[in-house]
Design a protein around this ligand. Structure first.
Ligand SMILES: CCCCCCCC/C=C\CCCCCCCCCCCC(=O)SCCNC(=O)CCNC(=O)[C@H](O)C(C)(C)COP(=O)(O)OP(=O)(O)OC[C@H]1O[C@@H](n2cnc3c(N)ncnc32)[C@H](O)[C@@H]1OP(=O)(O)O
Ligand SMILES: Cc1cc2nc3c(=O)[nH]c(=O)nc-3n(C[C@H](O)[C@H](O)[C@H](O)COP(=O)(O)OP(=O)(O)OC[C@H]3O[C@@H](n4cnc5c(N)ncnc54)[C@H](O)[C@@H]3O)c2cc1C
Length: 624
């Protein structure tokens, strides 16, 4: 099962090696992270990042190994933005010459970069950004400026205190005309003493949700006061400004400007499956250790994992973790395929790539945030302790519902794509890729499900048909209602809640389909495929027909712990007293409690000033 989860034997081996490297290095300790002040946490993050880079160089780690090292260090920081957004933005939007110049420095960490798109006034509406980049032909420079308070850059990770450079998104103005949003490389801080360059005001935007967690990241604010940069720092793969100030657009779709976001959304699906699997791992392992109540005859107490209510709340998450993992692996493939096509100037699959990454990012991160919260409840009181690992896991993954595109905004993008596809089908065009099922419209609009028993639900063809019919009918229903509205735009706006539901149904169909396709692959190991079939059934069925699942849960229960062990997480990475591999939960909880700063002294600070006088006063009063 470890191989099925990781994708290959090689993937298991390299992940194990990197996880152990991190777990055995004292610099990467994180057990007292939630007790650090913001400043201490930030410094700890800088230390870990520098040490990780040192180890990467010393051990000559490959890119795959270095990425895993960063992942297992498990502490958000500026390096995430540098590797996940700054480097890809230059790769995707820079010319070959620009890539050579900037990536050479970025790969060696001679510069640290971030992705500065969002502003105080606009995040979702990228076309509404206000920062300007005005070309001055007299000096061959762009003047970068924040004209209003709301145009202040706001949120970019690493911007606050660390980044020396950024890809800054701004409205390009040349020859008096506004050509909309383009990307520019800017140096922000001195490479000698790290002070901000003239005209740049920069800082951290302040503490965020939860202790520890995302507070390790210095999300930043930046205002620009007529800062000049050379013309060749405009990212010029998609469009250019000539020496004379002429704007020239390349023969590529302008949506490629959004390419970095497509790339990152794809990686976020993998993050979501990992976060969900960590929460499930903690709740399942702990559920096997925790006992409450027993038989009336005085027999042994019951493991809470044996309660049917526990299973019906928890096993759909276990199934979802596997489902998201497999769809994430497929999405990675899709992204690579689209990138190769783009290189040979075939842009035909771009809309589908956008819809799939946007939709899957939305559905998987929302489900994951909800599931982590529920796993906390599934662990009872102990789940609420920081030492359970769950509060931090929740706080770190909750913003994934917002960053890289608010989930509802992204689902509306999927809906727009679906409405276009429905109208193309109506005019006789055969849909392809993940919407190919819509071509079967005659059958899917009328068919009745052949499913009667729980066993029928394990029939992949039956499951697929139900999901196809559900998604298509919801999309067609929306399209019909929109066509009755006074205008397309009004109809879309009026029906947006239904459109979001239709988008979710389409995305869930993709997830179910990719799970089924995974089951058709060669899967080695005794009983592995059978367990995955049950999980696939649970994933599909819990979305549409909760009542019939009891039998399947009973079949999964005997292997529940093994199914989470297959995630292959070290105790260091899981970071949970409840989810420990050895099950020694109570000793761990007890030990963790004593690490709290409040326990550094037996009598707490503040006793002399506030507690003692109060108690003495009450004592005096009671004697009166
Ligand atoms: C225990 C705890 C320990 C700690 C653990 C730590 C471990 C780490 C774990 C997790 C962390 C992982 C770290 C990962 C690091 C990632 C960090 C991420 C940081 C986040 C960064 C950001 O947020 S960057 C900013 C992102 N911003 C957005 O996403 C903005 C969203 N808005 C948009 O994308 C667009 O504005 C819009 C799509 C909503 C609208 O676009 P537009 O205004 O142009 O309008 P249209 O709707 O008219 O679209 C026009 C046309 O274009 C098509 N289109 C739109 N987008 C795309 C696209 N991306 N690609 C291709 N095509 C696109 C659209 O469909 C339209 O097409 P038509 O054919 O005209 O219909
Ligand atoms: C932890 C974190 C890290 C981030 N890192 C970065 C970074 O590195 N770089 C960067 O540039 N940005 C970053 N961001 C910003 C992030 O990308 C934006 O916050 C995100 O795109 C959402 O935009 P917004 O904040 O403007 O939300 P808003 O659009 O203001 O959303 C507010 C509400 O309005 C709703 N809404 C908005 N538009 C519509 C619509 N058309 N129809 C229906 N409902 C709508 C949304 O659903 C939401 O409920 C980060 C954000 C966070 C939280």
């Amino acid at each position: 099962m470890k191989v099925a989860w990781a994708g290959s034997r090689h993937a298991v081996e390299v992940a194990d090696r990197m996880a152990c490297l991190v777990a055995s290095d004292p610099v990467f300790r994180k057990d007292t992270r939630t007790m650090l002040s913001r400043k201490e946490l930030f410094k700890d993050t800088l230390k870990k990042a520098a040490h990780a880079w040192k180890r990467t160089v010393e051990l000559h780690l490959t890119e795959e190994e270095a990425n895993l090292l960063r992942l297992y260090i498990d502490q958000p920081g500026y390096v995430d933005l540098h590797w996940v957004m700054f480097v890809p933005a230059i790769k995707g939007q820079g010319t070959e010459e620009q890539q050579k110049k900037w990536l050479t420095m970025a790969y060696k960490f001679q510069i640290i970069g971030t992705y500065a798109q969002t502003e105080l006034g606009h995040g979702s509406n990228v076309q509404g950004l206000e920062t300007t980049a005005t070309f001055d032909p007299s000096t061959d420079e762009f003047i970068m400026h924040s004209p209003t308070l709301t145009s202040s850059k706001w949120w970019p990770g690493g911007l606050g205190k660390t980044s020396t450079h950024a890809v800054v998104y701004a409205r390009l103005i040349t020859e008096g005309k506004d050509y909309g949003i383009h990307g520019f490389i800017m140096q922000l801080r001195s490479l000698d003493d790290h002070s901000p360059l003239p005209g740049i005001t920069i800082g951290d935007i302040g503490g965020k949700f939860g202790s520890g967690a995302y507070n390790s990241m210095d999300n930043g604010v930046m205002r620009l006061d007529h800062v000049r940069i050379p013309r060749d720092q405009m990212l010029m793969r998609l469009a250019q400004v000539t020496r004379e100030g002429k704007y020239v657009h390349s023969d590529v779709p302008k949506q490629l400007l959004y390419g970095t976001m497509v790339y990152v959304r794809q990686t976020i699906v993998a993050d979501a499956s990992r976060a969900l699997s960590r929460a499930v791992c903690i709740a399942v392992r702990y559920g096997a250790i925790r006992k409450q109540f027993g038989s009336k005859a005085g027999g042994p107490e019951t493991q809470v994992l044996n309660y049917k209510t526990q299973q019906s709340r928890l096993f759909p998450f276990l199934a979802s973790a596997y489902a998201f993992r497999f769809v994430g692996q497929w999405l990675k493939w899709l992204y690579t395929d689209v990138t190769q096509k783009l290189e040979s100037k075939d842009f035909s699959t771009l809309p589908e790539a956008h819809a799939c990454t946007a939709g899957l990012k939305s559905v998987t991160t929302s489900a994951t945030a909800d599931a982590i919260e529920e796993c906390q409840k599934l662990c009872g009181g102990h789940g609420y302790l920081n030492s359970s690992g769950l509060p931090e896991l929740f706080a770190v993954n909750l913003p994934a519902c917002t960053y890289e595109g608010d989930n509802v905004v992204l689902l509306l993008q999927v809906a727009r794509f679906l409405m276009k596809t429905v109208s193309q089908v109506a005019s006789g065009k055969q849909p392809v890729g993940t919407t190919a099922y819509m071509g079967n419209i005659q059958h899917l609009m009328q068919c009745k499900s052949v499913v009667n028993t729980v066993e029928d639900w394990l029939n992949p063809a039956a499951i697929k048909e139900v999901f196809e019919a559900r998604a298509l009918r919801m999309a067609v229903n929306c399209a019909q209602n929109i066509s009755k509205a006074p205008s397309q735009e009004e109809g879309f706006s009026e029906l947006s809640p239904d459109l979001v539901e239709a988008a979710v149904a389409h995305v869930q169909l993709i997830i179910v389909t990719k799970f089924i396709e995974k089951l058709q692959e060669d899967i080695l190991g005794h009983g592995v495929k059978e367990q995955l079939q049950k999980l696939c059934g649970i994933y599909a069925l819990h979305l549409i027909h909760n009542e019939r699942l009891g039998k399947l849960y009973a079949q999964v229960r005997p292997n529940a712990v093994a199914l989470v062990d297959a995630f292959d997480y070290t105790d260091h990475y899981l970071g949970s007293a409840l989810g420990r591999y050895d099950g020694d939960v109570y000793s761990a909880l007890y030990k963790e409690a004593w690490k709290d700063p409040l326990n550094e002294t037996v009598v707490p600070d503040g006793y002399q000033e506030h507690l003692r006088p109060l108690l003495k006063q009450q004592l005096k009063l009671s004697r009166l």
